[in-house]
Design a protein around this ligand. Structure first.
Ligand code: CTP
Ligand code: MG
Length: 224
């Protein structure tokens, strides 16, 4: 099975206050963590990294040592623009594309392998985690109802879809000027029901400065 990965790293990191992919975590940049982990999967044929255009030369140099990284390209204004730009570099021979956020540096080889296996079997997959808190629907500042948390999941990345279906869905979204915050919601709109693969909370997304404190504890090392 021919599978490529697209790692999106073209966000500005506004909530964190700096460009996340080039934050140093221990002895590596944040971006290198997911590139390295995805490179370890022998099921991936190539990786496209999508980054902010200001850093493209630096990142090309940085990632030279990762043989699977075939393209480093600039992103777009919205996350979905960046994902689409990455997928456009994936060769037509690729049947599946695994999309991953560079802002989730601690994705494991196990999650990558399990999600690839699931996508190949089920046609698509989204890594999700369950919720531990009781979940409420709120309207006008008051709780309206309590949801059945057994059926609530939080979507992470990786998310894996067929390259052709994903591109068609993107073209359709562009025509209709629709914005989706992940590939799953794009594909749900397109009539696909993605299969859920259970991930874990170590695959956290770095969004706010306080998340870097969690990272320090997680890797027991400095972050700057
Ligand atoms: N992303 C991207 N292109 C964009 C926006 C986001 O490639 N135009 C990527 C980010 O680099 C990140 C992932 O999508 O790996 C998830 O986005 P988010 O966590 O929101 O990161 P940022 O957009 O960088 O952060 P912020 O929204 O605070 O600016
Ligand atoms: Mg963002």
């Amino acid at each position: 099975m021919n599978i490529w990965a697209v790692i999106v790293a073209a966000g500005k990191g506004e909530r964190l206050g700096s460009y996340k992919p080039l934050i140093k975590i221990g002895d590596k940049y944040m971006l290198e963590y997911s590139v390295e982990t995805i490179s370890k999967s022998n099921k991936i044929e190539g990786i496209v990294v999508v980054c902010l255009s200001n850093y493209i030369q630096f990142i090309r140099e940085l990632l030279k040592k990762y043989d699977l990284v075939k393209y480093v390209v600039p992103g777009g204004k919205l996350r979905q623009d960046s994902v689409r730009k990455g997928i456009l570099k994936v060769p037509e021979t690729a049947e599946f594309v695994l999309v991953h956020d560079a802002a989730r540096p601690f994705v494991s080889v196990d999650i990558i392998e399990r999600s690839i296996n699931a996508a190949v079997q089920k046609g698509s997959c989204v890594v999700c985690v369950g919720v531990n808190d009781t979940v409420k629907r709120v309207e006008d500042g008051f709780i309206k109802e309590t949801l059945d948390r057994d059926s609530i999941f939080l979507a992470q990345t990786p998310q894996i879809f067929k390259r052709k279906e994903l591109l068609e869905a993107f073209e359709n979204a562009i025509l209709k000027r629709l914005v989706f915050t992940d590939e799953s919601s794009l594909m749900e709109f397109h009539g696909i029901r993605p299969f859920v693969v259970l991930g874990d909370n170590s695959n956290m997304k770095i969004t706010y400065p306080q998340d870097l404190e969690l990272v320090k504890n997680f890797i027991n090392s400095d972050v700057d």
